[in-house]
Design a binder for this molecule. Structure first.
Ligand SMILES: Cc1cc2nc3c(=O)[nH]c(=O)nc-3n(C[C@H](O)[C@H](O)[C@H](O)COP(=O)(O)O)c2cc1C
Length: 274
């Protein structure tokens, strides 16, 4: 399988860098073809703006959507964006490796998405969600957090990690990917203050790495996260009557999404509209 790792961390000696190196060596040993897009090392510019479009469709105002579509149609996308798209197009699986920063992905990765997921080229009003450009390919977020595991569970102060990651997961689904459940390593404090003594922390890091290797070995068994799709929405873009969502962000309001998600996770078909 051809696999791309989009690596987002400024320090080559970080735990995140360790997870990327480990993933690359593990997957290569399994016979996969692995490419790495190292956003900081490559000096990727994550800020979308006029500087990337010397030959503009519109001179008097800067509309990112208009300029992205125009550059795509005229073959003038910025070279770094073309490089990233080519990497994505080669990959059957894309792994995103990043730390949780302010309850989301770092700005570098968000900006990569702003610039690389090109309007007009990779998505249009119809070519998105389950009809998206990358349909048939899979994506997986591997995320480290500073907060320990308990702070991301039921009632945890860090916030429900499934919902914190919903925006990036939904954006990947928007682009057509089948999004696999995330790999999570909690309580990673890097070179900074730790929640525990160094010996216990070192042992935990080794456990996390072993879990990552195990997860990578079983990728074929992973079932994508559930989302609603075009067949579920009416002409106004809202759920059709009787259709339940799978999460708090797109739901009918009856609370049926909880049971619907549970059914999906248990491997059963979703509840059909009445
Ligand atoms: C700008 C910034 C924001 C952060 N925000 C969060 C956060 O919202 N939740 C959390 O659990 N950890 C947060 N952290 C801690 C990082 O997630 C943690 O340092 C990282 O996962 C450790 O991995 P590393 O050693 O590879 O950097 C933040 C760290 C930074 C630098």
């Amino acid at each position: 399988m051809r696999i791309l790792i989009v690596h987002c961390h400024p320090d080559p000696h970080s735990f995140n860098a360790g997870l990327t190196t480990l993933a690359a060596s593990t997957l290569r040993a399994q016979g996969h073809d692995v490419e790495i897009s190292d956003l900081y090392a490559d000096g990727f510019d994550p800020v979308e703006g006029p500087a990337h479009y010397p030959l503009r469709a519109q001179a008097d105002a800067f509309s990112p959507l208009t300029e992205q579509r125009h550059a795509s149609e005229t073959g003038r996308l910025p070279t770094d964006v073309q490089r990233e798209i080519a990497r994505l197009e080669r990959a059957e699986l894309v792994i995103f490796q990043f730390p949780l920063w302010w309850h989301a992905q770092p700005a570098m990765l968000k900006g990569w998405m702003d610039r690389v997921f090109v309007y007009g080229g990779l998505y249009t009003s119809r070519r998105r969600y389950d009809e998206g450009y990358f349909r048939g390919r899979r994506a997986l977020c591997s995320v480290t957090t500073g907060g320990p595991t308990t702070t991301f569970g039921q009632g945890g102060r860090g916030g429900n990690i499934d919902w914190l990651l919903w925006p990036i997961h939904y954006s990947l689904y928007y682009m057509g990917f089948d999004v696999l459940p995330p790999f999570l390593a909690h309580g990673i404090q890097g070179g900074g203050p730790t929640y525990q003594n160094s010996e216990r922390f070192a042992a935990q890091l080794e456990d996390d790495k072993a879990r990552w290797v195990q997860r990578l070995a079983g990728l074929d068994e992973d079932r994508p996260l559930p989302f609603t799709g075009w067949d579920d929405w009416d002409e106004h873009g809202a759920l059709k009557p009787g259709v339940e969502g799978f999460d708090p962000f797109i739901q009918s309001g009856t609370g049926g999404w909880v049971a619907n998600r549970e059914r999906y996770l248990q491997g059963q078909e979703r509840r059909q509209p009445d």
